[in-house]
Design a protein around this ligand. Sequence first.
Ligand code: TXA
Ligand code: MG
Length: 343
Amino acid sequence: MPNSDQINSYDCQSPSVIRNPDAAAMFAAAQAIVTGELVAFPTETVYGLGADASNSMAVARIFNAKGRPRFNPLIVHVADLDHARRYGHFTAAAEAIASKFWPGPMTIVTLRIAAPVGEGDVAVDPISDLVTAGLPTIALRVPQHPIAQALIRTSGRPLAAPSANRSGHVSATHADHVARDLDGRVSMILDGGPTRHGIESTIIDASGETLRLLRPGAISRDAIEAVLGCTIKWGDVAGSRPSAPGQLESHYATRAAIRMDAAVIRPDEAVLAFGHVDPVAGQPFYNLSPSGNLIEAAANLFAALRFLDQPSCNTIAVMTIPNHGLGEAINDRLRRASAPRTQ
Ligand code: TXA
Ligand code: MG
């Protein structure tokens, strides 16, 4: 058994295996996804670092592997428009761009369906709150690349996948780049050769009444405007500086106030704990990870906030969470939830 420090700093397997995407490799990759591991795969834009988007622990591993200091929302890769409709509400304009540009290098942000409806007797697992970073919207993309398509279809899972590079490094467009950046942090790298576009997908926000361009990318603005017959305005990327003060914080906030680094718990507080601590009798209590594993803590963060944000408590006391590894992103998220309210 590894100790918790080893788990925190080095959750993954080593060294990473670069595989030709033959039938055996695709099967193994799909198995890895289903069991919550990370698989790097080519798309037509850049390589993605993929995990099952409905498995919070697997999604937390993405942030850990990339060394991201923040829980930015991730793009969910699905097989086709029908698959996408399970997780997002498609307006008429969203349908129009999806049917024209999917499959392809286009990401569409829609309002999120938090509890997807199952098909017949088969339940559909909801997308992890860690993927959407607590936002009411979700970014969806249907990739065109046959290996990406095969991984989604063989695993039967929606794939959360940011670009397969360490945070702050350039996006990987070759399997070798992925190996150099993420070696030992990803179970398998599917080698599809160099990617076609080499830049990320274009992101359009279709969650509101008007479409907004959030990120320019492989499909030009002109091409989109030609399809729609109208111009598209710029919008703000989630996680970037809010356009109006407090705008982003209000998405990220709990109703209860959050008190960080609480050494002593007051009787009227809910308690967010970490590590070997006993529950506080008679008070709402959630331990993010009794064993002190920061990846597990990240996976539990949003469920914990939802559970503790009860009408009976006006404050959530957060015990100290170490600020290394994923602790940095956890503390960032909690600090933003505790920011002064503007409404
Ligand atoms: O081409 C691509 O899009 C690649 C490949 C792997 O598909 N993926 C990629 O992911 O570039 P990533 O994580 O590096 O970029 C995701 C972007 C971020 O800028 C994030 O803020 C935005 O998508 N995003 C995700 N969810 C969002 C949401 N609900 N609302 C607004 N922006 C969102
Ligand atoms: Mg990126």
